[in-house]
Design a protein around this ligand. Sequence first.
Ligand SMILES: Cc1cc2nc3c(=O)[nH]c(=O)nc-3n(C[C@H](O)[C@H](O)[C@H](O)COP(=O)(O)O)c2cc1C
Length: 423
Amino acid sequence: MVHRRMPRPSELAPLLRPAPLTLDRTAAKLARATSIGDLRLLARKRAPRAVFDYTDGAAEDEVSLRRAREVWASVEFSPTVLRDVSRVDTGREILGGPSALPFVLAPTGFTRMMHTEGERAVAAVAAQAGIPYTLSTMGSTTIEGVAEAGRGGRHWFQLYLWRDRSVARELVSRAAAAGYDTLLLTVDTPVGGNRRRDTRNGLSIPPSLSLRTFLDGARHPRWWFDLLTTEPLTFESLAAGGGTPFEVINRVFDPALTLDDVTWLRENWPGKLVIKGIQSVTDARRVVDAGADAVLLSNHGGRQLDRAPVPAELIEPVVQELGDDAEVLVDTGIMHGGDVVAAVALGARAALVGRAYLYGLMAGGQAGVQRAVEILRAEVERTMQLLGVTHIKDLRPEHIRLRSAIRAPAHPDGGRAAGAPGR
Ligand SMILES: Cc1cc2nc3c(=O)[nH]c(=O)nc-3n(C[C@H](O)[C@H](O)[C@H](O)COP(=O)(O)O)c2cc1C
């Protein structure tokens, strides 16, 4: 039997206390976002359809991206208990320099299209957070502009090599002069991937005003206002002309790249050299023998070859092959700090994240990128605490099992051949 009574006013007051009033609606929405998935939903509302799809989308049937995300999600953690985890150190050395977290912000082309604050905002957040940021060759901010916006931070530069080597030589020396310490050579783009959403949306770079985009503009007035009232949106490091992303890539990049180009770059770049887009044990070994300091296991966020190997599944065999000869980095499909922890436990030195921070950028400019990094940071820290691990170096393969959705015969190369997604 429950005895009821009237509540006293003094008991009601704390319950009725209103939430603090935030006049900035974007800030309030960002504060309410509790995951990268929440930021993605905000981004979808804020950015024009074609811009959101360019970021969110992948190639062909988008199987590469879906599988990569499924494998991260299928990770099973194995916690250890009764360890003092009141203090956790998430810092780690990556390619000879410090990083406050075991992840790096990946290069993404034309970042000012997602939000006018673009690469400068991302560089500023990375510097504040103490993690490296990688500027893309297809960036919409200059090499020097990013170094200035991210003063005090570590800058990495991503290079596409194309037919005219003098341009690459000039970019590389500008990056060295501006204090960039690491160069990523992307090798998974001999030709552009077929990104169907861009074709369907009629996306052109830079965005042009057609009847369709004009109508869409009515629903995203802020984005269009920003576009039309700020510095024109252009590629800052190359004269690529305009067109669809596919046309731009195919006009600029060199399908004839070989290992000799890695050797050439090694001779022309004084800092650390990472080869981005490695998808097999054999290729990892080849580029390291040619002078690379690290390989980045990546299928370009699923934007190039569809049904490609899942990068998470390549970590262990590649680490085993390379030993202490080179560092192993990984990206594609990372949406949670727990994915980063899993990557490190499997043997990666660090992970890179692309869309995760771009969703934040589209959702709210620099404040959105900051929210994305904060969400990932808190997830990394919490996952480590729940695993009973206080230092990144103590994360071990014993802490995780990859319960891959994809079960197929072992790949001859040591990775696992992709089969049908099971979730
Ligand atoms: C919108 C967008 C643009 C990208 N542009 C580049 C680029 O210019 N150069 C490059 O090497 N990789 C580029 N990437 C790939 C990323 O560097 C990274 O490999 C990928 O985003 C990782 O997957 P994730 O987005 O699931 O984290 C781009 C990715 C996205 C989403």
